[in-house]
Ligand binder design. Structure first.
Ligand code: GLA
Length: 377
């Protein structure tokens, strides 16, 4: 049966297309059969919010809401066959409305920071919303993570969700009406594929990413400091005290930023003030989809491969997590208990002439792809 018809049969309310008896999984597990289901999840800004559950042939499950295009869980089996979510998150819209720091969300119009919340383009200076001291971060006060996206389910042979959002001319200070489409697909190889497309009617900076926080052990009582990470990057972009790149492209060799060979995250983290929250300049030479990073966790036996078309990767060790937010399993999300691998263009590119351009012009098509692939070691 096509997934589309499964969905239509589901109607507006949740439909159970199977059940899962795994005790380590959350109680809201509603789908064990391959396909996609849609659940009412509340309302925001007068618009309906839904939770979509994508399940592949192996029973791997991803839940995504059209509020912020947020991935709320990514449930896979560990080396013992126990299932748990490798990303942190919540089971209700209400908790996401408490503004957690971008848990699982789509980030735009410009992911990461723009210094002094301004940039100049074609002789004009644009003032953006400052929401991170004097800088703008992750799209401003109401970025793409805080809006309700239009969702539809394409009739594909693998479960997939299409999200659309029109960011109006002037929103958060950015020029141009930007039409954004993001497609999430869960493949039978346990890949969460994210395709980003955008078009504009005025030149504007665009830098879209996803802000999932991974804890491959599935348990936030374990920090991520024992995880092993490889990033295929010989350089990174050093930052000032407000996390704006200085403009330098610096070699990682001989520094704590060297992840060219797999290394424990905790090994050198104490030599990096505040922890890792930097952009790596990926070694890839073109815009093709390539493997750029691999994270491994020995407790669960899970690994995560990251593939992307993008030139940069923000590796963030959850430095600002302070236990204020409680994960779906009732445990506080403390510092270094989850990490982000945000594929992107470099932060502050609109003000850094030596960085690759992030300006999208009318008539051009923005297209980027990132894949998070889970496997057992
Ligand atoms: C990004 C930034 C971090 C932090 C988090 C959210 O990863 O680089 O500095 O702002 O988002 O807390």
């Amino acid at each position: 049966m096509k997934f589309m018809s499964l969905l239509l049969a589901a109607g507006a309310l949740t439909t159970l297309v199977g059940s899962c008896n795994n005790s380590s999984e959350n109680k809201n597990d509603q789908a064990a059969k391959p396909g996609i289901t849609k659940t009412d999840w509340g309302e925001h800004d007068g618009e309906n919010v839904y939770l979509y559950t994508l399940v592949n042939d192996k029973g791997t499950k991803v839940t995504i809401t059209n509020y912020g295009g947020t991935v709320t869980s990514f449930v896979t089996a560990d080396k013992n066959g126990n299932k748990s979510s490798i990303i942190i998150g919540f089971d209700s819209l209400q908790q996401y409305l408490q503004k957690p720091p971008y848990f699982g969300a789509l980030i735009g119009r410009y992911g990461n920071r723009i210094g002094d919340a301004k940039f100049s383009l074609d002789g004009k200076t644009y003032k953006l919303s400052a929401n991170d001291g004097k800088n703008t971060l992750h799209g401003g006060l109401k970025g793409f993570d805080k809006v309700v996206w239009d969702a539809s389910v394409p009739s594909d042979s693998v479960p997939s969700l299409t999200l659309k959002y029109l960011s109006k001319d002037g929103e958060e200070g950015y020029p141009g009406n930007l039409n954004v489409t993001v497609q999430y697909t869960l493949t039978n190889d346990d890949e969460l594929k994210i395709e980003y497309n955008a078009e504009t009617d005025k030149a504007t900076p665009v830098n879209l990413t996803n802000h999932s926080y991974f804890n491959l052990s599935g348990d936030v009582n374990n920090t991520i400091l024992g995880n092993t990470l490889m990033i295929d990057a010989d350089h990174y972009t050093p930052v000032d005290s407000t996390l704006i790149p200085t403009g330098e492209i610096k070699a990682v060799k001989g520094t704590p930023f060297d992840f060219t060979s797999p290394k424990k995250i905790g090994r050198d983290i104490d030599s990096v003030k505040g922890g890792y929250d930097h952009n790596w300049v990926l070694n890839k030479k073109d815009t093709s989809l390539q493997k750029v990073a691999e994270l491994s966790d020995s407790i669960s036996g899970r690994s995560l491969e990251v593939y992307t078309t993008q030139p940069g990767l923000q590796f963030y060790t959850g430095n600002f997590l302070d236990g204020k937010f409680i994960n779906r399993d009732g445990k506080p999300i403390k510092q270094h208990t989850a990490l982000c691998l945000e594929t992107q263009h470099f932060p502050d590119s609109p003000n850094k002439p030596n960085f690759l351009s992030t300006i999208l012009k009318p008539g051009e098509k923005y297209h980027e792809v990132t894949i998070y692939k889970v496997k057992l070691n």
